[in-house]
Design a protein around this ligand. Structure first.
Ligand code: ADP
Ligand code: MG
Length: 632
């Protein structure tokens, strides 16, 4: 293990491991399948990066988010470690070159999305590589019981088939026992060693308030904030509105959601990271893998759909170990809203039967047939044809996908986004010279009125039908416009492709899966209920409530959440001072954590914690990364 320490210091300049890292690394080096279940900010990346550097060969990292990969690659490159990534949007030629590099260029890390992994050429190259470790980051995405479930994650097992002897390490911060079990079995891990660290975050104050004027409350919290903040809202429109409102209140804010272009995302992220803008207003699309140290506030203006996602989002505060707040603001209509959005929109068995039947009719599948047939699928057109409730239909199709009746390609639910970068005059001038571009371009301008003002989602099928051109032609025109600097775009070839995986048997098909459907619905309902219970329970320490949801039953009261803070202390200010003095006296001898301090004193634990925080605020004491306190 000295080698491992050397690597840590040589490449990262760190002197010691964070809790559990060393144990995880040892297990990997021992060749064992390993699960690292560490909270957000727990240092999971090093758990596979360090052992991979200690071994010959290349580590394959499967990671769900492109932005996240970019960050990790950059950080590795800065440290002089050779790493590359395969994401969407690269041409076949580029792909070949990259894979050649990975194979022959002494690279240590190859990051790829699960979708990329499905390509045969990628698999063929990986076969030839000397793979030392397979790392699956944010591994809970593989579980259909989790919130971030991604169908393509199911096929990661192909790596196990290609390199059966190479250990797999799965990393996640989502710890519910069900998701964990599912993740392990889906990845076909063999007798994995599971490392789990406490999910208690001692510097994080969880607060929940019922508030009619949520924006006012947010303003009060944020106006003296010297660090960064994240404000989570439910939808895209909300991000823009709230960020405008905060700006007009003098709080510098920007916004982020899944629909803005990659370039804009990068710019907004950068202005927030650099501190030029203090507050990021975002949907839950913002976050996975965001590692920003001085986030002092994470404020939720709406009720999250599960405690899993709440814990992750809240956990982005205070990653530097300084005192930070995670504040959930809600009112009664929010409670109704979360039920409406996440419970009432759950498709029942009979909803599924209906959707499945019309889906078959839509593609004219005869009874008993259709198995393994593949179709281009425009979700919006489908809903329009049958006047379906889109949320319900969306959930129903996702369920059919999860339960193996159909398979939807990854693009499902997304669209191509186009943004014009130059003025309309310049565009029209350009069209003068190019007839095809002109036909297609002008049609786009006609259909999408506001496209000069903002990035706009376009439907390629629709443009094709309007112009009488093939989708390929439209794409090549758009690509040319992009090369010539007129537009920027994120391209999705069709809404989705849909493959039927079983022959059409109408009700019978659905009856087979009805138990799973109901289990899924129960699970989802229970998740929402857990959040509502968390909000309603004003008696139990917030931190205790959260970590016990994740199976940790031994945690003690945090002393700093909205429950602990308001539970009245019996101590007079004189007694408090006395207690504070005793703590200072204890710390003269040695550095101690809050438990140890509490054990040495006769005061109630909540009072001790309160005194510790008063001393912290007065800068009489400080804490080290081991959560021990010492005299300042
Ligand atoms: P996670 O993936 O668990 O959320 P990351 O791997 O992104 O966490 O790490 C969080 C932060 O902790 C990063 O800035 C990382 O550099 C830092 N970190 C990781 N290991 C150590 C260590 N041993 N000592 C100090 N900092 C560390
Ligand atoms: Mg991570």
């Amino acid at each position: 293990m000295t080698n491992v320490h050397n690597i840590l210091t040589k490449y990262w300049g760190y002197t010691s491991f964070k809790p559990m890292q060393e144990e995880v690394i040892a297990s990997v080096l021992d060749g064992k399948d390993t699960v690292a279940l560490l909270p957000t900010g727990g240092g999971k990346s090093l758990c596979f990066q360090v052992p991979a550097l200690a071994m010959e060969g290349i580590c394959i990292v499967v990671s769900p988010l492109v932005a996240l990969m970019g960050d990790q690659i950059n950080s590795l490159k800065e440290r002089g470690i050779k790493a590359l990534k395969l994401t969407g949007g690269i041409s076949f030629d580029e792909l070949n070159t990259l894979l050649d590099n990975a194979l022959y260029g002494n690279y240590k890390f190859l990051y790829l999305s699960p979708e990329r992994l499905q390509q045969e050429i990628v698999q063929n190259y990986i076969k030839q590589m000397n793979v030392n470790l397979i790392a699956v980051d944010e591994a809970h995405c593989i579980s259909q019981w989790g919130n971030d479930f991604r169908p393509a994650y199911k096929n990661i097992t192909v790596l196990r088939e290609i390199h059966p002897l190479v250990p797999i390490i799965a990393l996640t911060a989502t710890a519910t026992p069900e998701v964990l079990e599912d993740t392990i079995s889906e990845l076909r891990m063999e007798l994995p060693v599971i490392f789990k660290n406490s999910f208690v975050r001692e510097n994080l104050s969880y607060q929940v308030y019922k508030e009619n004027d949520k924006l006012y409350r947010a303003e009060q919290l944020l106006k003296n904030n010297s660090g960064s903040a994240i404000v989570y809202v439910r939808n895209r429109k909300g991000t823009i509105e709230i960020s405008d409102q905060l700006n007009s209140l003098g709080i510098s804010a920007t916004f982020y959601h899944g629909g803005i272009s990659a370039k804009e995302k990068a710019q907004r992220l950068e202005s927030w990271r650099s501190g030029r803008v203090s507050t990021m207003v975002a949907t839950n699309a913002f976050g996975m893998g965001i590692d920003h140290p001085n986030v002092r506030f994470v404020i939720h203006l709406q009720i999250p759909e599960s405690l899993e996602s709440y814990f992750q989002e809240a956990g982005r505060a205070g990653r530097d170990g300084e005192y930070s707040s995670a504040v959930l603001l809600y009112n009664d209509s929010d409670k109704m809203q979360v039920i409406k959005q996440f419970v009432e929109s759950l498709p029942t068995t009979s909803d599924l039967k209906k959707i499945y039947r019309i889906l078959n009719n839509y593609f004219q599948i005869p009874y008993g047939e259709g198995e393994f047939t593949k179709h281009n699928f425009s979700f919006s057109e489908f809903c329009k044809t049958y006047s379906l409730n889109t949320l319900l239909a969306y959930n129903a199709l996702n369920n059919l996908d999860r339960l193996g009746v159909i398979q939807l390609s990854q693009e499902f639910g997304r669209k191509s986004i186009v943004e014009f970068l130059v003025s309309s005059e310049e565009v029209l001038n350009y069209f003068e010279k190019d007839v095809t571009a002109s036909v297609i371009g002008k049609t786009i301008l006609r259909i999408y009125g506001g496209i000069f003002e903002m990035p706009t989602a376009i439907n390629l099928d629709f443009i094709a039908s309007k112009t009488g051109q093939t989708i390929e032609t439209i794409i090549s025109v758009l690509k040319k416009l992009e090369r010539d600097g007129l537009v920027e775009m994120m391209l999705q070839i069709t809404d989705a492709t849909l493959t039927f995986l079983v022959p059409r048997e109408d009700e019978k098909t659905i009856n087979v899966i009805s138990r799973d459907v109901e289990a899924l619905n129960r699970k989802k309902t229970a998740q929402v209920n857990s959040v509502l219970q968390y909000i309603e329970n004003k008696k139990t320490c917030r931190s205790v409530q959260l970590v016990s949801y994740f199976g940790e039953t031994t945690a003690s009261k945090c002393g700093i959440c909205s429950v602990c803070k308001t539970s009245s202390s019996n101590l007079s200010s004189k007694e408090m001072k006395h207690l504070a003095k005793q703590i200072l006296a204890l710390l003269e001898g040695e550095d101690l954590n809050s438990r140890e301090i509490s054990e040495k004193l006769t005061f109630a634990e909540t009072d001790v914690l309160k005194a510790i925080h008063l001393l912290m605020d007065a800068e009489k004491i400080k804490s080290n990364p081991k959560k021990q306190y010492y005299l300042n």
